[in-house]
Design a protein around this ligand. Structure first.
Ligand code: HEC
Length: 113
């Protein structure tokens, strides 16, 4: 009996991982096609001419990104570029692209060394 439970559990975990990887891939495609012009595909906003006004997204908290994008979409936050961009995204797109940018790892250097 315990073997069946373990087999079902590992199948479930495997499937869950597959779906998570697929969401991450979809998020990367959105980042490449839409966001990268301003935020970079790796979330470092040093590509555009007006980059001082564009925030970095690398390693930002996933749920923070989701909330911000939903706020631009609902017009709770208004910005001439981001409101238009967020309007084009579905809720799934927002979740996937937030997963992408939040999953990029950075290293924090201790400035008190
Ligand atoms: C045309 C340039 C441009 C594009 C393309 C763009 N952004 Fe932005 N984004 C900005 C600017 C400028 C801001 C700062 C807006 C402000 O000051 O309110 C911003 C802000 C944001 C914020 C809020 C960050 C924070 O800490 O407040 C998020 C999240 C974000 N963008 C995600 C995205 C995603 C995801 C995409 C792609 C689907 C995208 N952006 C595409 C220019 C852009």
């Amino acid at each position: 009996m315990i073997n069946y439970i373990l087999i079902i559990l590992s199948f479930f975990l495997f499937f869950k991982q597959l779906v998570a990887d697929e969401d991450l891939d979809k998020g990367k495609v959105i980042a490449e096609n839409i966001c990268s012009v301003c935020h970079g595909v790796n979330g470092q906003a040093n590509t555009g001419g007006n980059s001082v006004l564009v925030p970095h997204l690398t390693a930002q908290n996933e749920f923070y990104l989701i909330e911000k994008l939903k706020d631009y979409k609902s017009k709770k936050l208004e910005h001439h570029q981001m409101s238009l961009i967020a309007d084009m995204l579905s809720v799934d797109d927002i979740k996937n692209v937030s997963k992408w940018y939040s999953s990029i790892k950075i290293e924090i250097e201790d400035i008190e060394k």
